[in-house]
Design a protein around this ligand. Structure first.
Ligand code: DP6
Length: 326
């Protein structure tokens, strides 16, 4: 029997990944910049053993749906072929936050899985190799391997198909917050992966999204380095709403928001007019994440909590990268 466990935190993209350059290798068509969170996390144990006659997956102590089991089984096959082993595995994974509702559970999930599965298989992978592996599970997962502010690049078109992964700034660099309003906990009907493929194939705005992306990455990278919220915030909102414009203009349209999402967004904008500076970002689910300075985060969190229908509010600071557990 071989076993290993790892813990990874979720990350939220400030500049979004939406679109694949290669579906089979899961190569992103856009670079992305994220902040790793401090408390929303996934803990995963993987055990390979002769006693299993297929891969088994448990999520939050319940048997995973068959589609999820198969996706994870395909991922374990990648690890088996890298390690040259043929044992089936058992995956036991726990999230301390809602799964598959736009809170980046696949990012922390595949980061924790890449580390635990590779270790359990006897591999000691470099950060770059772990990043390529985690990316094949989920495009946002490599970013959860590292703490603080992280940039995942696209394949540069040369050599083997790898994407760069860099820390732009450390966990301690900037006392900034992402205040997360949980506006609905239903699992999304369309996964990010199939949503972004639909956008690539059908949205008239997709080309423009790709064309303007590097400019947004440059602005955000610089603003993070200079700790300039008034420069970072507008480009974060713009990247978010461009992504959702591409999603909405897909055929059939992809709408990830609900009425509570809209109420939360409008609240953030009205607070900003009164001098409480916060900026909205939303992923492929209804949750609203607000980027703000630490000094404003409590007041913003209280205002979001007061919106009818907001179920819970998290106040997240920059968190650390993946950990191998003993
Ligand atoms: C909107 O990483 O979930 O959260 O690579 O298909 O697993 P797959 O997609 P995934 O997409 C994340 C999309 C996003 C933006 C982001 O996190 O960059």
């Amino acid at each position: 029997m071989r076993t290993a466990a790892a813990r990874a935190r979720a990350n939220i993209a400030l500049i979004k990944y939406w679109g694949k350059a290669d579906k089979s290798l899961n190569l992103p068509a856009t670079g992305s910049i994220s902040m790793t969170l401090s408390s929303l996390q996934t803990t995963t144990r993987v055990t390979f053993d002769t006693k299993f006659d297929r891969d088994e997956v448990s999520l939050n102590s319940s048997q995973a749906p068959e589609g999820v089991r198969q996706r994870i089984s395909r991922f374990l096959s990648l690890v088996r072929s890298m390690a040259g082993i043929d044992l089936f595995g058992q995956v036991d994974s726990h999230n301390n936050f809602p799964t598959a509702a736009g809170l980046a559970s696949s990012a922390s999930g595949y980061a924790a899985l890449a580390v635990s599965a590779s270790r359990a298989a006897g591999l000691d992978l470099s950060r770059s190799d772990l990043s390529q592996l985690a990316r094949q599970g989920s495009g946002s997962a490599p970013r959860s391997l590292i703490g603080g502010f992280v940039e995942l690049g696209i394949w540069d078109g040369r050599g083997t198909q790898r994407c760069s992964l860099d820390q732009i700034a450390s966990t301690k660099h900037w006392d900034i917050r992402l205040v997360i309003a949980v506006c609905g906990q239903h699992e999304k009907k369309i996964s990010s992966g199939s949503g972004m493929e639909r956008s690539r194939l059908t949205s008239d705005f997709y080309e423009q999204w790709i064309k303007t992306h590097n400019r947004d990455l440059d602005t955000a990278r610089q603003a993070v380095k200079e700790k300039d919220i008034s420069r970072l915030g507008p480009v974060v909102e713009s990247s978010c709403f461009k992504m959702h414009a591409v999603a909405l203009s897909s055929q059939p349209p992809l709408l990830y928001w609900n009425p509570i999402t809209v109420a939360a967004m409008q609240k953030v904008w009205s607070l900003r007019e009164t001098g409480l500076e916060g900026y909205v970002t939303i992923d492929a689910g209804p949750q609203v994440k607000v980027l703000c300075e630490a000094k404003n985060s409590k007041a913003i969190a209280e205002q979001l909590e007061a919106i009818p229908g907001v179920e819970k509010v998290f106040n997240e600071q920059p968190g650390s990268g993946v950990e191998l557990l003993q």
